[in-house]
Design a protein around this ligand. Structure first.
Ligand code: ANZ
Ligand code: ZN
Length: 824
């Protein structure tokens, strides 16, 4: 395989860039700023070719911006708290701090190997007390503003280990450690009131024009705004049952009702004597772990409660059931079931032989034979009393108004978004700065006493119980309000809290007095480009947007959205499976750098496919990229060698040369435009192809004419080529740049600009005849294909009017001169 001495050059140039501070943000206020942020990684210690994509894409664009003279801020840090570190501690006896630190060192080394340039002086780590004291500050600010509160919530509980489990620690309904069946337990927990911002979080999406549509759709669905009606169904035995529906147009088809297992009406029913079957069902469902309830493909099961309700429109008596497919957390925790028009209800009704009544039909149809599935679309109402024959949409309005007049229902607006549960019953996280006191209850720790430091010398219980519970010195605290004896909060914050504000810290990462500098942050944000995986499309981005808006309302910031442009890259796969350590299909960085060099890994990663799509990694592809760089190396070094020889240009080729030169210049400037646009718009793969094309043209130009290096057109082509290559394959480009005579770094040279003049093509005058008579003339570019010439000629004003009403039977083209239309 064609190769080149990458080992000699790569580390040398990396060292040099470091030395000249190429990636240091200047903060001089003179230049246009460019804040380029990669989602900071969790320090799992695992970085492979798949992860590389994220950082290499960003690095390429950031390098172009540096060359273009912008003040580029490109920091890196670590989302360092979390469960895996704690598990490593429990399983392998390594302290989370050690585990985290050694992983960070390893990953930093790999970042360096890729040649991805970060401003390392701004590095932050969320597990560092200098960082988390400000995460605690954020908690206190939210608390002050009434946006942090304590409430009850169900958690997954392992009765054997005596610990709370995260959803990912529950495997098939059992504890991942001891395999005991997990149950639900209510605990007092901390929440952030993100639901106060539901509408703003929704509206804000419309302004984020540089976000991928699919991410915005995911956010919209997560917020889940629904307009509908809360309808009261009278109960036969007295009282009423309220349910939320978005399809009040189907109410005449409501043939039964369903309660969530947690619904309070069930407590009442069970107190006054219920069937064994009902009691067992409710008890079992209520205990079932949260993790299982949220699994989507569950078999729908339920039990009749023994009670009936009255459909307020038809006055029919309908049975009330309890079932596992209704969630207590949404709406009123009860639904009116319309099996003919809701698939879940349809399946349930079929299984338990409940009535199915069709009340909506597609326009023009009449209800025919029995349905084989629910008809969920809108349509025309039938069998619906005075509302029959209306279309769904109009019927919904009329029925809602009717119910409001009668007092049987009320229009309601609901969101699926829940408040953000931020307490974790775990050790390795930011301690929540709260002290509990007998007299004053939950008291915030005063800001001056921050940070509440997480004790590091602790022993880990194999059951996963938080070691903080055994630390008397940590637990014991004086109440900040009354000075009495208190107990410190042992819950820590969800790691999403740590990552919800880190982008504000980078401008002033070492500030001991404030979490961020308001003025600088207002200048540097929103982030100009945020790059990360689509797996963060919902939670991390939603939480960060919420925190930004909350901080703005508390008077700390002047902007509303943290990330102006978002790019979500596709995954790197091998044999169709996502590259990951657990799948055992990773390509290590060490291997790539050792065997092919960083530039090859980078170029291949950029070329592998459209960045937003998943791509299949192949060794063949890596080799291809390496061969390409090898060819470039030879091409440019040979050019340099001949330039020393300074052979005179062969005079014989002079005439050909002129048009050849024009063509090569055109290609060079077309490539400048294409690469510039493609890198800016994240089409890195086509930017690489454009360079490949240019390299081919340079070669045939050189070969065909045996030209000397003194040819200024060839020289321009080679020089610009190296410059355009530099953001993508920086090491080889820097080396070749020096060999071409560059005195300073190629990254300190202005970015090539496209000369419009060079793009212009030669053109000629085409004469147009109809049946041999001159009817018009047009000027067309050299390369216009025949079909296009015919179309252009027909469209010419005079020609068009003479052709009217005639049929062209033949066209005769005399190339570069004349086009004749023959008519019948
Ligand atoms: C009757 C009906 C008829 C419904 C029909 C749908 C179709 P979105 O749009 O997602 O807000 N629902 C309400 N509360 C629920 C709960 N706690 N658990 C499970 N399902 C619940 O959905 C609103 C619809 O979801 C409501 O409209 C209700 O079913 C159901 F042909 O009511 B519908
Ligand atoms: Zn107190």
């Amino acid at each position: 395989m064609r190769s080149y001495p990458f080992k000699d050059i790569e580390s040398r140039w990396r060292f040099y860039w470091d030395e000249i501070g190429l990636f240091k943000a200047r903060f001089d206020g003179f230049r246009q700023k460019f804040y380029c942020l990669d989602m900071f990684p969790y320090p799992s210690g695992e970085l492979h070719a798949g992860h590389g994509r994220n950082y290499i894409l960003g690095d390429t664009l950031a390098r172009m911006k540096i060359i273009q003279g912008l003040d580029v801020l490109r920091p890196m840090g670590w989302d360092a708290f979390g469960l895996p570190a704690e598990n490593a501690a429990i399983e392998r006896g390594i302290h989370p701090v050690e585990w985290t630190r050694s992983n960070i060192a390893q990953m930093k080394h790999e970042f360096e190997q890729w040649g991805t340039g970060f401003d390392w002086e701004r590095e932050v780590s969320t597990c560092d007390p200098d960082y988390y004291r400000w995460t605690q500050w954020l908690f206190l600010e939210l608390h002050k503003a009434g946006l942090a509160y304590r409430g009850e919530a169900a958690v997954n509980w392992c009765p054997k280990c005596g610990t709370v489990l995260a959803n990912e620690q529950v495997i098939g309904g059992a504890c991942e450690r001891c395999e005991t069946v997990v149950s639900q337990k209510k605990l007092a927990q901390w929440f952030f009131r993100i639901t106060d911002y539901a509408q703003e979080l929704l509206d804000g999406l419309d302004e984020l024009t540089d976000w991928p549509e699919k991410v915005k759709v995911m956010q919209r669905n997560w917020i889940g705004r629904s307009e509908g009606v809360d309808i009261d169904f009278p109960l036969e035995a007295g009282g009423k049952l309220s349910c939320f529906t978005t399809r009040q147009d189907t109410i005449y088809g409501a043939t039964y009702m369903v309660l969530a297992p947690e619904h309070p009406l069930l407590d009442e029913i069970m107190q006054s004597g219920a069937s064994r079957e009902l009691e067992e069902f409710v008890e079992r469902e209520r205990k079932q772990s949260l993790a299982r309830r949220w699994e989507p493909a569950q078999e729908k099961v339920g039990v009749f409660t023994g009670r009936n309700a009255i459909n307020p429109m038809t006055r029919a008596l309908i049975p009330v059931w309890v079932a596992n497919y209704v969630l207590f957390e949404y709406g009123t925790g009860a639904v009116m079931a319309v099996p003919a028009h809701d698939q879940r209800d349809f399946e349930f009704a079929t299984k338990y032989s409940l009535d199915i009544k069709e009340v909506i039909v597609p326009g023009g149809k009449q209800p025919g034979e029995a349905l084989s599935q629910a008809y969920e679309d809108e349509g025309v109402l039938v069998d619906s009393g005075p509302f029959s024959n209306l279309f769904s949409q109009e019927a919904r309005e009329k029925i809602a108004s009717h119910m409001e007049e009668e007092g049987t229902g009320k229009r309601a607006l609901r969101y699926k978004l829940r408040d953000w549960l931020v307490s974790r019953q775990r050790y390795w996280g930011t301690p929540i700065p709260i002290v509990y006191c007998q007299t004053c209850s939950a008291v915030p720790v005063p800001e001056a006493e921050l940070p509440v430091v997480l004790p590091e010398d602790v022993a880990f219980d194999p059951t996963g119980k938080s070691p903080l519970l055994d630390r008397k010195d940590f637990l014991g605290a004086t109440c900040p309000r009354c000075g009495g004896k208190g107990r410190r909060e042992t819950d820590t914050l969800d790691t999403f809290v740590d990552s919800s504000w880190y982008y504000l810290r980078y401008p002033t990462p070492r500030d001991k007095k404030r979490p961020f500098d308001r003025e600088l942050v207002n200048r540097w944000l929103p982030v100009d480009l945020y790059i990360g995986g689509v797996e963060h499309a919902i939670l991390h981005l939603m939480y960060s947007r919420f925190i930004t808006k909350a901080l703005r309302d508390m008077g700390h910031l002047d902007f509303s959205e943290p990330f102006g442009r978002l790019f979500a890259q596709g995954m790197i796969c091998m044999d169709g499976v996502k590259m990951s350590k657990s799948k055992g299909n990773v390509v290590s960085n060490e291997y790539l750098v050792e065997r092919y060099g960083a530039d090859t890994a980078r170029l291949y990663t950029l070329f592998i496919g459209p960045p937003e799509r998943d791509a299949e990694w192949t060794e063949k592809g890596v080799e291809g990229a390496h061969r390409f760089l090898g060819r470039i190396w030879n091409q440019v070094t040979e050019f340099c060698a001949r330039s020393d020889a300074a052979a005179p240009a062969p005079a014989a080729a002079e005439s050909v040369r002129a048009s050849d030169q024009v063509a090569l210049r055109r290609k060079v400037h077309q490539t400048i435009r294409k690469v510039t646009d493609d890198l800016q718009s994240f089409h890195h793969n086509t930017a690489v192809s454009a360079l490949m094309e240019l390299s081919n043209e340079i070669r045939s130009y050189t070969r065909g004419l045996g030209r000397s290096a003194t040819d200024p057109v060839l020289k321009e082509a080679v020089v610009k080529f190296v410059q355009l290559l530099s953001p993508m394959a920086p090491h080889i480009a820097e080396e070749l740049w020096r060999r071409l005579g560059g005195k300073e770094s190629v990254f300190r040279e202005p970015w090539p600009t496209c000369e419009e003049e060079a793009l212009k093509e030669d053109s000629y005058l085409l004469v147009i005849q109809i049946d041999g008579k001159l009817r018009g003339k047009i000027t067309v570019p050299e390369s216009t294909p025949e079909a296009e010439l015919v179309a252009l000629a027909k469209a010419e004003g005079n020609v068009a009017s003479h052709l009217e009403g005639k049929t062209v039977s033949d066209t005769v083209l005399v190339p570069r001169k004349l086009l004749n239309f023959v008519t019948r």
